[in-house]
Design a protein around this ligand. Sequence first.
Ligand code: DX5
Ligand code: ZN
Length: 219
Amino acid sequence: MSHYKIAPSILAADYANFETELKRLEETGVEYVHIDVMDGHFVPNISFGADVVAAMRPHSKLVFDCHLMVSNPENHIETFARAGADIMTIHAEATVHIHGALQKIKAAGMKAGVVINPGTPLASIEHVLNLADQVLLMTVNPGFGGQAYIPEMADKIAALAKMRQEKGLDFDIEVDGGIDDKTIRSAKDAGANVFVAGSYLFKSDLQTGVNALRAVLND
Ligand code: DX5
Ligand code: ZN
């Protein structure tokens, strides 16, 4: 099995029909569903929370990849574990206790992810990389779907992959924001292996979009 994973973001799905959307996603053969939680504080927008994750859980076997764009995410770890999150990814900028928070996510039985914004240096997460199952590099400024991929992030992805090798670690590198059948190549070549895509997949035929991304990954 390929180590590449596609993570469609339901931020771009039909919010009145999550059950149908999850079934549709599952049929396309993707590995993850990416769930963007926004609190209107860490980012300007508000999306959905743990209760929505819990409501979706019985309807899907996909890996629930929860991206928390919320302040003080350490306050929500137990809630997301109970809701059925498989991966909980939190922003290093959103807590002064990133190390402890990642430990708590693992202790709660989830995979731990750490994420940084485009302007945040890799040095800010260097000393917690050993705790991370996944490192997410934002390729847009978080808060909204449909923004343009920031091409300069390719160097950051490559630097993170190098850091991983030097430290002998094996976390996944995920990218999020502006991923389509063109930009995915830049992120892949730089060393990413988990690809979030929202508007690109949901704005036209889902299966056609997934196939186009997969074609680049298999190339
Ligand atoms: C942005 C979110 C993304 C978003 C990506 O703040 O974290 O996951 O859904 O959307 P696209 O793929 O449209 O850039
Ligand atoms: Zn996201």
